[in-house]
Design a protein around this ligand. Structure first.
Ligand SMILES: CC(C)(COP(=O)(O)OP(=O)(O)OC[C@H]1O[C@@H](n2cnc3c(N)ncnc32)[C@H](O)[C@@H]1OP(=O)(O)O)[C@@H](O)C(=O)NCCC(=O)NCCS
Length: 176
């Protein structure tokens, strides 16, 4: 029987990040991002101090998202799946959007860099829209985080910050 490749995988469970997750998180961020500092729009964030959600499959941590709520906006600060193509990224963004919406957030936004074509694909397929290109913004980020490499994924020079957003209209019956 033909297979879409999607039907066998169970949907990951998602739960809030707790202090018990921190050692795993620090190791993941060190391996993937050169540490737990994330720089976006000229601001450095300690990603181990943010609220977040953890995806779990087969009783193992398979992904994490961290976020930062500021009034009616929420920045998705980090998103990491360690099991690509199993619905982990989608489940994590769903959970962050749900948590943000419950806090009255109307706009979920994020920054990715111009080399991250997989993320750009993932976010646009999810429903995010590209709303700004901050040219050469990564040079400013390197002043705060010198470990950001010059050359990124697929050998592409990392230079620009791409800003994507997902409007979060209040759900019917939320009273807003
Ligand atoms: C970008 C990233 C988070 C995506 O995570 P992911 O877990 O692969 O995302 P998903 O599995 O939800 O979606 C990816 C694909 O799997 C498919 N999928 C969704 N549910 C699925 C399931 N239950 N079983 C199998 N596949 C599934 C999706 O339809 C999607 O298909 P597509 O690639 O054809 O569009 C991941 O690649 C990653 O961690 N990258 C490195 C870190 C990074 O760059 N983060 C973003 C920084 S801004």
């Amino acid at each position: 029987m033909p297979s879409s490749g999607h039907e066998r995988a169970p949907r990951p469970a998602v739960r809030p990040l707790t202090a018990d997750d921190l050692p795993w998180l620090e190791t993941l961020f060190a391996e993937r991002w050169g540490g737990s500092v994330s720089v976006s729009r000229g601001v450095a964030h300690d990603t181990t101090a943010l609220p977040g959600v953890i995806a779990v499959l087969d009783e193992q941590r398979v992904g994490v998202a961290t976020y930062r709520i500021d009034g009616r906006e929420c920045e998705l600060v980090t998103l990491d799946s360690v099991r690509d193509g199993a619905g982990v990224g989608t489940a994590l963004v769903d959970a962050v959007a749900g948590a943000a919406r419950a806090e009255g957030v109307e706009r979920l936004w994020l920054i990715t860099t111009n080399d991250n074509l997989r993320a750009l694909r993932f976010y646009q397929r999810y429903g995010f829209d590209l709303v700004a290109v901050h040219r050469d913004a990564v040079a400013r980020s390197r002043a705060l985080k010198p470990s950001i490499p010059e050359i990124g994924l697929d050998g592409i020079p990392i230079r620009h910050e791409l800003e994507l957003e997902l409007p979060l209209p209040p759900s019917p019956g939320s009273g807003g």
